[in-house]
Ligand binder design. Structure first.
Ligand code: HEC
Length: 163
């Protein structure tokens, strides 16, 4: 009898010991390695900075100026597609601000990777569609998708990027 009580006590003790480990985001226990260099993280930041610059230029041209200059817009939209193709690989491996201070990435990217990947896929997909629409001269349609894509930037940042 006493030994059962003793065993129970030990179980509670172990459970109490382990539960904070499980309650916390177990990023370190996801089996992800950190074989990513500071250069990769820097490339990620630079890529977003470039995307930011080109996206604003495209939005200004297509949405604000309602430009009908297809060639000019196409230069931006195709650049955006190319830049976005770099991103998925650069998020392959756990590399949040906790291990790379210059990064604004939150660890939730890797603890909720499926959801993050969905937002990233949607983003790349939208940029491809915008490029196609501009190619075929559907500039009003492209303008609407540009605005929708801008909301996607904010949605992803709210969840996965430090302020
Ligand atoms: C699927 C998620 C996601 C989408 C979509 C996304 N971003 Fe980001 N963005 C991030 C994350 C994560 C970071 C932080 C990267 C880092 O520092 O490691 C970031 C960083 C940035 C940065 C800051 C780079 C720096 O200097 O620290 C800019 C600017 C930026 N994004 C602009 C944009 C714009 C503009 C769009 C839309 C056209 C966009 N992002 C779409 C996730 C996203």
């Amino acid at each position: 009898m006493l030994s059962n009580v003793y065993r129970l006590a030990v179980c509670f003790l172990i459970a109490g010991f382990l539960s904070p480990t499980f309650a916390d985001t177990p990023v370190k226990n996801l089996g992800l390695t950190t074989h990513i260099t500071a250069d990769d993280v820097k490339l990620r930041i630079d890529t977003f900075d470039e995307i930011d610059r080109v996206f604003k230029a495209l939005r200004f041209k297509v949405v604000n100026q309602r430009s009908t200059n297809r060639e000019g817009s196409l230069e931006y939209s195709s650049q955006l597609v190319e830049l976005s193709y770099r991103l998925p690989d650069l998020f392959d491996t756990l590399s949040s601000q906790e291990s790379f201070p210059m990064s604004r990435s939150r660890p939730e990217i890797w603890s909720q990777k499926a959801r993050f990947d969905l937002l990233m896929d949607k983003f790349v997909d939208n940029l491809e569609q915008i490029d196609d629409q501009i190619k075929s001269g559907e500039l009003v349609k492209a303008g609407r998708l540009i605005d929708e894509t801008a909301k996607g930037c904010r949605r992803c940042h709210n969840a996965y990027r430090y302020k």
